[in-house]
Design a protein around this ligand. Structure first.
Ligand code: NDP
Ligand code: MG
Length: 397
């Protein structure tokens, strides 16, 4: 039996992971679950999956959950706070940790899982954007293996050689004959909107993604293509790629999940219905294949597949992320923090849509430390960028 600890269990990736576990209940068991504050959803998970431990980052939520668990006579031990979430990441009764916490909050638990030698199915791209080199160094020291859950990175992983798959973080793309990684993205809901209309875009419009059904933060990131920018950085760390070894390609139908182009002219793509259960199943079962509940593609009913170059005028966030990636860890950490703050302010209606890119750009202009490595340096760069971004948000609210 594979024993799974699921961090971010109540979210979009969390629910898809539970679906995959249910589909394979003879081989996989949920032993730990962690989330932020959604007590109702966590209580339902405990009733259905009976994990040994469950943590809520929010102390009040943990208290409420504890009351429910006691009153219903359930056996799950309830933990609380950030430490409780980290406890789930290092839990001895789990060999595999799915890290699907959203944003910077996922960094410490993901690092802990890496240090403890877990098999790590990583959805939380922000953790890699904030700490790429440190993360892989810790995973190596802890004898942890990392498998990408992000659909594009899962596709790239599947299109690479076995040797590259076994050396994530330090693989040699040249030796594998790779010419380029082609990172695809749908272009989001505003791909064809006149650029001048972007000023008036609302939060509800931004989170209504045309293809994928995801959490609110990543949905906004998809519309600005900051998500692709974060994925560009994520891919650089995962596949040890130089910036000119990755090209972003817009593919609105989201059927091709990314591709690898080789020096002999061959291009290997991974295709499938856009459903996160496929890359989750791939990360959980590698090198095996398991059922994911996703239906195979029906090629006879597919719409034509199209590909476009991204326009940086429409997607300034993509450009900012690619530039930050060239500058180094200090810049990518600041980019991630500023983006989280700006997106949260946009979702609350405090700033406009175009302000997201402007705020992030201003924060990056004020960020001067590029070469950071340790967790302390990363966390202090994160705090500083959030403070700068709060000033930028206040100017615009
Ligand atoms: P959601 O917003 O749907 O879910 C986020 C999860 O994180 C929830 O379970 C939430 O708990 C939990 N959480 C929030 N804060 C904390 C905290 N401090 N400690 C522990 N848990 C916390 O996000 P998604 O599922 O969409 O995304 C999760 C991650 O996966 C992100 O990094 C995203 O970039 C990545 N990803 C998502 C994809 C998708 O299709 N959704 C695709 C590729 C990557 P609660 O609800 O209880 O507050
Ligand atoms: Mg993705």
């Amino acid at each position: 039996m594979r024993r799974i600890s699921l961090l971010g269990a109540t979210g979009s990736i969390g629910s898809s992971t539970l679906k995959v576990l249910k589909e394979n209940r003879d081989e996989y068991v949920l032993t730990a679950a962690a989330a932020g504050s959604n007590v109702k959803a966590m209580a339902a998970i405990i009733r259905n999956f009976h994990p040994l431990i469950a943590a809520m980052a929010d102390e009040k939520a943990a208290h409420e959950l504890h009351k429910i668990v006691k009153s219903e006579g359930l056996d799950t031990e309830v933990l609380s706070g950030e430490e409780g979430v980290i406890e789930c990441a290092r839990f001895d009764d789990a060999d595999t940790v799915v890290c699907a916490v959203v944003g910077a909050a996922g960094l410490k638990p993901a690092l802990e899982a890496a240090r403890c030698g877990k098999i790590l199915a990583l959805a939380n791209k922000e953790a890699l954007v904030m700490s790429g080199k440190l993360f892989f160094d810790e995973a190596k020291k802890g004898r942890s293996v990392v498998y990408p859950v992000d659909s594009e990175h899962s596709a790239i992983f599947q299109a690479l050689s076995e040797k590259c798959q076994g050396t994530l973080g330090e693989c040699n793309l040249q030796e594998a004959g790779v010419d380029k990684i082609l990172l695809t993205g749908s272009g989001g809901p505003f791909r064809t909107l006149p650029i001048s209309d972007l000023d008036h875009v609302t939060a509800a419009e931004a989170i209504a993604h045309p293809v994928w059904n995801m959490g609110p933060k990543i949905s906004v990131d998809s519309s600005t293509m900051m998500n692709k920018g974060l994925e560009f950085i994520e891919a650089r760390y995962l596949f040890n790629a130089k910036d000119d070894e990755i090209e972003v390609v817009i593919h609105p139908q989201s059927v091709v999940h990314s591709m690898v182009s080789y020096i002999d002219g061959a291009v290997i793509a991974q295709l499938g219905n856009p459903d996160m259960c496929t890359p989750i199943a791939r990360a959980l079962a590698y090198p095996k294949r398991i059922k994911s509940s996703v239906k195979p593609l029906d090629f006879f009913s597919l719409k034509p597949l199209t590909f476009e170059k991204p326009d940086f005028k429409r997607y300034p966030c993509l450009k900012l992320a690619m530039q930050a990636s060239l500058r180094g860890q200090g810049a990518t950490t600041a980019l991630n923090a500023a983006n989280e703050e700006a997106v949260a302010a946009f979702l609350k209606g405090r700033i406009g849509y175009k302000d997201i890119a402007e705020c992030v750009e201003e924060v990056l202009n004020r960020t001067d430390v590029e070469n950071i490595y340790s967790l302390d340096e990363i966390l202090s760069a994160d705090v500083k960028a959030r403070a700068y971004c709060a000033e930028e948000i206040a100017k615009r609210s």
